[in-house]
Design a protein around this ligand. Sequence first.
Ligand code: TRP
Ligand code: ZN
Length: 898
Amino acid sequence: MMRDGNPKAVLLADYRAPDYRTEEVDLRFDIRDGVTEVTSDLRVVRSVEAQAQAPLRLDGEALELVSVSIDGVELGSNEYRLDDSSLTLFDLPGEARIRIVTRIHPEQNTALEGLYKSGGMFCTQCEAEGFRRITFYQDRPDVLARFTTTIIADAGSYPVLLSNGNPVADVELDDGRRSVTWHDPFPKPSYLFALVAGDLALLEDRFTTGSGREVTLRIYSEPHNIGHCDFAMASLKRAMRWDEQTFGREYDLDIFMIVAVEDFNMGAMENKGLNLFNTSAVLASKDTATDATYQRVEGIIGHEYFHNWSGNRVTCRDWFQLSLKEGFTVFRDAEFTSDLHSRTVKRIEDVTFLRAVQFAEDSGPMAHPVRPASYLEISNFYTPTVYEKGAEVVRMLHTLLGAERFRAGTDLYFQRHDGSAATTDDFVAAMAAVSDVDLTQFQRWYSQAGTPVVDVSARWADGCLTLSLAQHCPATPGQPDKLPFHIPVLLGLLDGDGIDLDCDALELRCSDPVAVSRDPHTGRTSLLLHLRSARVELSVSGPSARPAVSFLRGFSAPVRVNFPRSTGELEFLVLHDSDGFARWDALQTLVSIEVERLLRFGGAPQEGLLELFGALLKLAIDAPDDAEQKCLLAAMLTLPDENYLLEQLRGIDVLALCDVLDRMRAAIAGRYVDGWQQLFDANRARGAFSPEPVDMARRTLKQVALSYLGQALPGAAAGALIEAEYRGADNLTDRRAALLQLTRAAHVDGALREALLADFGTRWRHEALVMNQWFSLQASSPLNGAAQVAKLVSHEAFDARNPNKLRAVYGAFAQLNARGFHATDGSGYAFLAQALVALDASNPQVAARLAIPLTRWRRYDPGRQRLMRGALERVAEAADLSPDLYEIVTKSLAEPQA
Ligand code: TRP
Ligand code: ZN
């Protein structure tokens, strides 16, 4: 049941430009215990297209209205209209000065949208529609205004008072209070507004831009965390330099600030000049962050910084255009990571995520296009489709145009739309304007949901290789039929020694366009097929013998590929392909085929696959100290997880899948015990911890070795090895890796498991981020069911108001603990459902996100489908559901049962 009537869908087709522009906003926050008074002075101008009688509707939620005046005259309560979500003003002159005074209660704000209190600090989160919880305003991204913000608060409790732009005034008031004023010269939409008030420590640095401007860089955090901000600062400077060199984008204000916030719904937020970060996305030190966290911090620092151009200088016309800033910025941060680290490894990580999570979304109840056409609650559309698939769409443009023209396209886009609100059509139009590629059909990537499937077959006859390709896209909610996509298919041809054929020397025939593409680094050539038709044949003459096909190199399009091939050809690609991504991908395919076979017919894993792992293990043992090689081999030696395989093989018994994966892991582990020991020894630490790529790569390989050794050794020996690793570790990565094995290996003594977990929990009880790991390791352990995980929630370090803690327990349980979550008695589903109802009352955004694993019921067996639907129905029956959770649950229950 919904809070007050069912929410109405917002439609892209209903978009209308606003009747009024707000040009200037002057905000005054008077912060006192328990209540904050907000005075907003607006200068609004009616647009020439609007009717003279047009009313001005301002959004507002959960606000206490104190007074409204127009041009200095206060309105009586019969002179405006006020309801639950808006304040409407009538009979405005063409240009008006409006003053609105409201009261809000940040201390009671548990939804973490608008102005709220986290620990001792006040902070804001306005994207997407949080500003309307601060004051009445046209809270839409196509209204761009210049903001001036004054914050008045107790000088002792809140010595740091921040907002967007540059500081312009700082006045001590006589009652122990202080008033600080900030002015942001860049017009911006309200979702980019930010304010912080607190007792914060500061790390300061500076950066000189390419054109010689000096910028002050500041990172603020609670005092006990300030020692963990250096890595973020270094990352910020790398990001600033990289954006100048790669995209020609310079920073534009005199100050750039980041504030670390403990209670935060998402990773971070790109508010103009004042980025707010979840502590988990900014703090990094050897004892509180894993190697994965270091990489995440660098990536998110880059992401939010890059938004300054892709999002802030050029923003979105409406929220349907969200991918305009998010897809593009994810592409930009992925390029940043690829340039600084290994391009191949980054690509493997991103494709793994896309296939396990975005493909699942595309085939589930919430499937939507990269540019959605409707929504009930916009917070639910900050999705893997808008972000990660959106980034794939930008990547395809990069592939189709080539690096140089792509850069010309982004230059033109920034030049055309600087200071304004744009659409994804504008983005594609800029790309089309600088190239001769017709992007009309390509636009379907923005409007059609679902993951296209490409069926491929190859035949070799009379010295000619013919590839037949066919594409189709499954139906998604509201889109039964799809038109063909414009799919860039990058493919290479290898001779019997694994050497790339020179594509320029081949004779090609195809009714869709094909080009030869040359890798700028290696000179290696590939074919770039513009697959536009529903089906097409590509024939290649010239090779003297049948070549092996390296298909969809670098994952050149976000599609599923069905290309039935012999295991011999796939094994050849695993060992010889010059494209690292394609090597890894061939192995994924081999493992999927084997998993499917074991599920159907049982028995032992096939000898050939075990030998292939043996060959890769040998390569890993002999690998030089090269981060890319080590990370690539570590990725290949790791079996794909259940989430990826469930997307490949739908409707299967998930516990049977877990059993098959365990058996494969055990077989690979048991066959090569000595080899895993050698790999482990070869990658032991060579001195004190460092976050350098080579050292990270060594830890990654050592962790892979430990995971197999932990399985292969008898209980006592495995326990001893894990304990030695835990006690000897000088960093969180190694410590966590040891605990991870302990929480996975059932044959190791339970008393040791309890002892080390207790040791860790006591030693790090004051480090919130480390305790998140402690919670998540236990919630994701296959040894724990709902009953054990329920105990974590009553631990003193748990805090149901903190989104990181909620994700560490409920998120890890539902996404990473297949055995516990999918327990046959339905206890896992019931546990999550009951938590969701309670959580929805305090934090709807987080509740809606944590509900997603339940909505995937269609991919499980009939018994589980029933149990999952039952759990969703209990959520749906709860009183006062938020629009967030309501949308997710009702859309999922509306799906037809298979
Ligand atoms: N724009 C933010 C990003 O870069 C996303 C974000 C942060 C967000 N906080 C949010 C979205 C709260 C919705 C609600 O990716
Ligand atoms: Zn973003």
